[in-house]
Design a protein around this ligand. Structure first.
Ligand code: AMP
Ligand code: GLY
Length: 442
């Protein structure tokens, strides 16, 4: 039987998913659907439909048209719109949570209250508010730094942390002026952030290596928060500033969470702050991270479609492995991103540069550069930016340092009109992370 797989979403994460799907040994067709035409996915797919990813009717009609036997949803917006429920109702197994389970990402008040009710480790202290005035008054009066979070999805740009980006009084004004009513106000966690993602189905949990994303727009962690400028992972599951038991504590939190949810399926993403007291939960996402999916799926040593069919068939997920390489991912983003991105600009990616880098490193058995297209639109006369991230390079090698060098060499492929955080994955920045944790832990 041929598995006909519908892949929803057109970003870098979905290009990584398309690569994982099409490298399977199981007979398959890939049917892509997204709001933009991602040239990397288009090259791998048997068909490509342009549609509104949150339009449940359009998605389910298209899935029926291509006779999908499986569906994979990349982004959060379709989960919030209930696309996975509608596909499941149409009899198409969807490797993504129901809208109800996706509340772990889409509703920050629900998420914190769920953690408390289920007794899950690593929850910061918090208060919830259903009107902006009370939330703002609380922030004005409270002692100490806080994180202020609107209840719903804001593309990673609604959260503000006081003591760092702004004062409590400024945060109170931000809340009053925001137009949002519902808030979580929680203690500010101090430490180093990391991500652990896991494949989940039928109660089985297959964790993947820790990854560190870089949310701030500019080098040295300056500037506004973004969807993520780039990320790295090490040759083991643990990052250089963590201990093995920090990682297992994080995996334990993910397992507790899956146990407390009702038959969660898909990817569960834990965003952690490694504090002096161990990992605390910043948030959960109901999907792969972007950029983190590009790190993780590039080193996945398992057949992705076999994972999907095992999930659909109701059994345990097969064991998964990783190929033991370090990864460094750097995004190229439009000028002005994230506050005033230059959309609709034509950009170039010289793919022959990436091939030349791979030739140059041919003697280095583990080294490789991979290109992932993201929120760009391919038109007959070229590739155009949107308001979000344009493309990413992942460098892979036997050390983070070498992976970073490979990524930088391949980034020579970028033409004008994009910006890159060149400090991601550098020895200097990683040393700072290690120093920071050493200081906090005394
Ligand atoms: P979120 O949208 O929840 O991922 O938050 C965006 C960013 O805000 C996170 O990546 C953290 O850098 C920061 N953040 C969120 N919650 C906290 C917290 N309780 N303490 C410190 N920083 C936080
Ligand atoms: N990289 C953060 C996210 O995907 O939400």
């Amino acid at each position: 039987m041929t598995e006909r797989i519908l892949l929803l979403g057109g970003g870098g994460r979905e290009h990584a998913l398309a690569m994982a799907i099409t490298s399977s040994d199981i007979d398959h067709e890939l049917h892509a659907a997204a709001g933009n035409r991602n040239p990397g996915i288009a090259r791998l797919a048997d068909s490509y439909a342009i549609l509104d990813e949150t339009d449940t009717t359009a998605v389910v009609d298209h899935a029926s048209e291509v006779e999908a036997t499986l569906a994979v949803i990349g982004p959060e917006a379709p989960l919030a719109a209930g696309v996975s429920d509608v596909l499941a109702d149409a009899g198409i197994y969807t490797f993504a949570p129901s809208r109800a389970d996706a509340r772990i990402e889409t509703d920050k008040i629900w998420q914190r209250e769920f953690m408390v009710a289920a007794g899950i480790d690593g929850c910061p202290t918090f208060e919830t508010f259903n009107d902006a005035a009370s939330a703002a008054d609380y922030v004005d009066a409270v002692e100490g730094d806080v994180a202020v979070k609107p209840q719903g999805l804001t593309g990673g740009k609604g959260v503000k942390v006081t003591g760092d980006q702004l004062t409590n009084a400024e945060a109170a004004t931000y809340i009053r002026d925001s137009g949002w009513d519902d808030w979580v106000i929680e203690e500010r966690l101090i430490g180093e952030e990391f991500t652990v993602q896991a494949f989940v189905a039928n109660g089985s949990v297959r964790p993947t290596p820790a990854v560190q994303d870089h949310k701030r727009a500019f080098e040295g962690d300056e500037g506004p928060n973004t969807g993520g400028m780039g990320s790295y992972s090490d040759v083991t599951a643990v990052l250089p500033f963590m201990t093995e038991s920090d990682y297992t504590d994080a995996v334990d939190i993910i397992e507790q969470t899956v146990d407390a949810l009702d038959d969660y399926r898909g990817v569960l993403y834990g965003q952690f702050m490694l504090t002096a007291d161990g990992p605390k939960v910043i948030e959960f996402n109901a999907r792969f991270g972007d950029p983190e999916a590009m790190n993780t799926l590039s080193i996945l040593d398992a057949d992705f479609i076999e994972l999907l069919t095992a999930a659909r068939d109701g059994g345990q997920l097969p064991p998964i492995g990783f190929d033991g390489r370090a990864t460094v991912c750097k995004y190229a983003v439009p000028e002005g991103y994230p506050t005033d991105p230059e959309s609709g600009a034509r950009i170039t990616v010289d793919e022959s540069t990436i091939e030349a880098v791979n030739d140059r490193y041919a003697d280095e058995p583990l080294a490789e550069a991979k290109l992932f297209y993201a929120s760009v639109d391919e038109r007959p006369d070229g590739i155009y930016t949107s308001t979000s991230r344009s493309f990413a390079i992942v460098g892979l090698a036997g050390t983070i340092e070498m992976a970073e060098a490979v990524a930088e060499a391949a980034l020579e492929a970028a033409g004008d009109g994009v910006r890159i955080r060149h400090d991601i994955g550098t020895a200097a920045l990683i040393e700072q992370r290690i120093e920071h944790m050493n200081q906090l832990r005394g």
